[in-house]
Design a protein around this ligand. Structure first.
Ligand code: HMG
Ligand code: MG
Length: 297
């Protein structure tokens, strides 16, 4: 396989929103700047959600003001509603991401809305984004399981992904929020969505709670997806999904894809170095096996 996979680095957002240690704003800015120098093309920089709900990212505007934007790199930010969109735009965001779920129970706890209500909130966001020529990504969470209701029917995943796509999201990221997926299930889920939404508009987003995240990405890449989310140093989780562990580590993903003959355009050494730097700032070991192996070599 000789191909290209675009990695969407979600560490500064999905990673930091759930770390026990609160990173200083200057360190968040330094993290994004370091990531910008690794060859990554998409770095989710922060999130304009309610600071009462996610205090870790209350300094979103300061982060956006402080980062040095590299040409060719996009810095999307998460927004839950029109207010978030306004804050994001005022802070200079040129790309945003909206998020909902395939499970009603999870969505209620994550954004205090039903799936339909959350999509209603996105309508004005997408309308304004279209006028502003701001690309909008859409996330569907809990695509392989929900912390509150267990199994999530595939039909629900497909329906929500299709609605986000029809609404104008250019890319739909399919999130295994609590990391319960396994490769065959992940592949089946991806192919079911790809029957309704073009594969070129899909991304996969795995958490590593049960150690299957890399295997899941491999299965989905073999099935045709070409965008994968990950977080440097394997940081993260979801504050409204108890037990959800870190995202698949970006370093491990780059290493694995390289072994599959797939280019990511990313300098693995620089990325691993950034992961170790971040782990030090967070006061813990890096969650990337590749990061640890390279440091020991
Ligand atoms: P609510 O309390 O139901 O909303 O929260 P509300 O509209 O009644 O507003 C309450 C207060 O929040 C008001 O302020 C609003 O102004 C303010 P008050 O009058 O009390 O002072 N507010 C805001 N402030 C700043 N920015 C905003 C904003 N909106 C309202 N955008 C709300 C509803 C959606 C705001 C809240 O539930 C929320 O922010 N939730 C975010 C939860 C979150 O970020 N979860 C993690 C991200 S999702 C995830 O990690 C999964 C993913 O990675 C994929 C995967 O892994 O599967 C994407
Ligand atoms: Mg996530």
């Amino acid at each position: 396989m000789n191909d290209f996979v675009r990695i969407v680095e979600v560490g500064p957002r999905d990673g930091l929103q759930n770390e026990a240690a609160m990173l200083a704003t200057a360190d968040k800015i330094a993290l994004v700047d370091r990531l910008s120098a690794t060859g990554l093309r998409s770095i989710e920089a922060t999130s304009f959600v309610s600071p009462k709900w996610v205090p870790q990212l209350a300094d979103a505007a300061e982060v956006m003001a402080g980062i040095r934007r590299h040409p060719g790199v996009s810095y999307p930010v998460l927004v839950p509603n029109e207010h978030g969109y306004e804050r994001a735009r005022a802070a200079g965001a040129g790309e945003v991401a909206v998020f909902t779920a395939a499970s009603e129970a999870f969505n209620r706890r994550n954004i205090n809305a039903s799936i339909d209500e959350s999509i209603e909130r996105f309508v004005p966001v997408l309308a304004r984004a279209q006028l502003d020529r701001v690309p909008v990504r859409g996330y569907v969470s809990t695509v392989l399981g929900c912390p509150y209701r267990g199994d999530v029917p595939l039909d629900d995943v497909v329906r929500v992904a299709r609605r986000l796509h029809e609404l104008g999201c250019h890319e739909i990221s399919l999130g295994d929020t609590i990391g319960v997926g396994t490769p065959l299930k992940a592949r089946r889920m991806l192919l079911a969505v790809a029957a309704e939404v073009p594969m070129a508009a899909l991304a996969v987003h795995f958490h590593d709670t049960y150690g299957c995240a890399l295997a899941n990405v491999a299965a989905c890449v073999e099935a045709g997806v070409r965008v994968a989310d990950s977080a440097v140093a394997g940081t993260g989780g979801c504050p409204y999904a108890r037990g959800a562990s870190g995202n698949v580590a970006s370093e491990d993903l780059v290493y694995m894809l390289r072994g599959m003959g797939i280019d990511t355009g990313i300098d693995l050494e620089a990325l691993a170095e950034t992961g170790r730097w971040l782990a030090l700032r967070l006061g813990r070991e890096t969650g990337s096996k590749v990061g640890r192996a390279l440091a020991a070599a």
